[in-house]
Ligand binder design. Structure first.
Ligand SMILES: Cc1cc2nc3c(=O)[nH]c(=O)nc-3n(C[C@H](O)[C@H](O)[C@H](O)COP(=O)(O)OP(=O)(O)OC[C@H]3O[C@@H](n4cnc5c(N)ncnc54)[C@H](O)[C@@H]3O)c2cc1C
Length: 172
């Protein structure tokens, strides 16, 4: 489609040289860019207008233990080369629910943790309840209303301790 629409695709990392010029540095990766991709080495591009559309990075988890080895974000989940035996997923938004289903169906024991009272807190309560039932029926352990998760090193494993009403501590 890009070729059809006369778009030139360059494989490389762009860096601003000035308000109207970019340096394109090779990254060694042009996979998936299509047959009109050009591998450019140290090319310079001049343009009257430049759109920056570089995406975003996952936010750092604001909780104790989030820097421990073995704690991953969704980019890290995409880079997994094997299915973990078990995993705790913090956050039952769209991505947390999506990864819970993927890993559970691949044979991983999944615990899904959400601080608000329902999974998918941004949608209607009824929809969240239906999805929670579905997740539980697939063998996923779901904790809602679970606040202040703390990630702990427990021998060679990681653990997650939570504040759970009315109980005070649970292990995931
Ligand atoms: C696990 C996961 C699941 C998601 N599921 C959905 C979903 O089901 N539905 C949905 O609508 N959204 C989903 N999203 C969100 C969606 O992926 C993003 O909103 C969308 O990709 C943002 O598009 P973007 O073009 O801004 O950034 P990106 O898609 O991140 O694209 C930015 C591109 O810029 C490139 N780039 C960065 N810096 C440079 C540079 N200096 N030079 C050259 N290139 C550079 C990057 O390599 C990247 O290819 C999901 C996100 C995640 C993480």
């Amino acid at each position: 489609m890009l070729a059809h629409n006369n778009v030139t695709v360059m494989a490389g990392r762009a860096r601003f040289l000035g308000a109207n010029s970019l340096a394109i540095e090779p990254t060694g990766c042009d996979v998936g860019l299509g047959k009109n991709a050009k591998s450019m080495f140290d090319a310079t591009i001049e343009a009257a207008n430049i759109i920056i559309a570089t995406g975003s990075k996952a936010a750092a988890l604001p909780m104790p233990g989030s820097q421990l080895p073995g704690v991953i974000d969704s980019d890290g989940a995409l880079a997994l080369t094997s299915v973990p035996k078990s995993i705790a997923i913090i956050g039952a938004g769209a991505i947390g629910c999506e990864w819970s289903c993927i890993l559970s169906r691949l044979g991983c024991q999944v615990t899904l943790i959400e601080k608000l009272p329902q999974v998918l807190p941004q949608v209607e309560k009824e929809l969240g309840a239906v999805l929670a039932e579905m997740l539980i029926s697939e063998g996923i352990t779901v904790h809602t209303g679970a606040d202040h998760p703390r990630i702990l090193q427990e021998g060679s494993n990681l653990g997650c301790s939570l504040d759970m009403p009315p109980k005070t501590e649970r292990k995931a």
